[in-house]
Design a protein around this ligand. Structure first.
Ligand code: PLP
Length: 413
């Protein structure tokens, strides 16, 4: 039997929520959910479309594909609606792309938990590469060159994440350019996961590989993070223009037609509204971005203040601390690996994080991913207050959580 385990991030969330339900005061930093309420205007659109119960076209309705094309155009990527496919989550589109595109999957590590698992499901070999020093989501260009040298002429799919999960960093334009140069030299296709694109703290400086390699880059996006609609499962992708894009569109919609048929019609209706980016949507995304930034930056202060090494966050709502400097004192508690560290934090301090090994990192490294997005409040009322506040870090429930994080990490040293 093909038996993939439950995704580590979903498994951790279920375990932690059971612990919370049993009364434990868990500081939940283990799950990458955006942690914000639904914008009422979007919920209204969804409700108004509840009567739309047909399957509809596999790639999506003309209205939603046109809206997504406009979304890309406004980001400097001229796009025809025929280049867009919508689906129940970008996860489904990533899987379809990895399954239909030719060659091994070249993967920066650590990287999001599902790429390697999806590659395995698609029967693909994974070639691991270390991430760059400045930022995650892209491989170190020298390591990429070295691994590709003996593979000249072989097909390959390079997966990039911009901005990145688990490191909470957006690769700078110069680094993207360097990686794209190597991909071009070796004829690699690129799948760029831009689900956090609108949560880059400085979105205007973001450089999508699709701008540099328009004929060979596939971009995936969704509304799970920027609009906090993870459970609504709205994903979309942009296929390249030209013959490769056309063949990929046929192949991806072929997979879609056999696996999920189409994105639920009411969701497409809500997505078309969001992707048209009316002022209230822009305002909501801008406020969300600001909240994620302020809390992640404050949490970063606590992490480095406790002696950990950590890249400063530049997008999304993650940090990826390295507690190597604390290894001697952790060893005194019997903590020698990332998994032992995550277990120790949960059992001793009720702090939930996800060890680096879940992202393909060295299991011996004392690294973990922490998401700061579940700190915004226990109720929708608190989350709205956080979202609308100019100084959310000063709100008592957020400042207490950050203080608890700092106290816990300092106790490890
Ligand atoms: N890609 C990355 C990097 C993610 O972090 C996530 C969610 O955690 C996804 C994709 C999944 O997105 P979706 O909800 O669109 O399937």
């Amino acid at each position: 039997m093909l038996a993939p385990p439950l995704s580590p991030t979903l498994a951790t969330d279920e375990r932690v929520r059971a612990r919370i339900a049993a009364g434990a005061p868990v500081l939940h930093l283990g799950f990458g959910e955006a942690g914000l309420p639904v914008l009422p205007g979007v919920a209204e659109r969804l409700g108004a479309a509840a009567g739309q119960n047909g399957y509809g076209p596999v790639a999506g309705s003309p209205a939603v594909r046109e809206a997504a094309a406009g979304y890309y155009e406004r980001r400097g990527l001229p796009t025809a609606p025929e280049q867009v496919v919508v689906a129940p989550g970008s996860k489904a589109l990533l899987y379809a792309l990895l399954a239909v595109l030719p060659g091994d999957v070249v993967l920066p590590r650590p990287s999001w938990v599902s790429y390697a698992a999806q590659a395995a499901l698609a029967g693909k070999r994974v070639v691991d590469l270390p991430i760059a020093a400045q930022a995650g989501g892209v491989p170190d260009p020298a390591a990429l060159r070295a691994v590709l040298a003996p593979r000249r002429g072989e097909d390959g799919i390079l997966v990039l994440t911009l901005p990145d999960n688990p490191t909470g960093t957006a690769a700078p334009a110069a680094l993207i350019e360097e990686v794209c140069d190597v991909a071009r030299e070796h004829g690699l296709l690129i799948v760029c996961d831009e689900i956090y694109r609108d949560l880059a703290y400085d979105p205007d400086t973001l450089r999508s590989p699709a701008e540099l390699l328009p004929d060979s880059t596939f971009v995936t996006n969704g509304l799970s993070k920027s609009m906090a609609l993870g459970g609504w499962r709205i994903g979309f992708c942009r296929l390249p223009q030209g013959p490769l894009g056309e063949r990929a569109a046929a192949a991806v919609t072929g997979v879609a037609s056999e696996v999920w048929s189409s994105l639920a019609a009411p969701m497409q209706h809500a997505a078309a509204y969001v992707l048209g980016e009316p002022p209230e949507v822009r305002e909501h995304v801008a406020r969300s971005r600001q909240l994620h930034r302020l809390v992640a930056v404050a949490a970063h202060g606590e992490v480095v203040g406790a002696g950990a090494i950590c890249r400063p966050p530049t997008g999304a709502f993650y940090l990826y601390p390295d507690l190597e400097p604390l290894r001697p004192s952790l060893a005194a508690h019997g903590v020698q690996t990332g998994a032992q560290l995550a277990a120790f934090l949960l059992e001793r301090y009720d702090v939930a994080v996800l060890e680096g090994a879940a992202f393909g990192d060295d299991p011996a490294a004392l690294r973990f991913r922490m998401a700061t997005s579940l700190l915004y409040g226990a109720t929708d009322e608190q989350r709205w207050e956080a979202l609308l506040s100019d100084d959310p870090v000063a709100l008592p429930w957020i400042s207490e959580a950050l203080e608890r994080l700092g106290t816990t990490l300092r106790a490890l040293g």
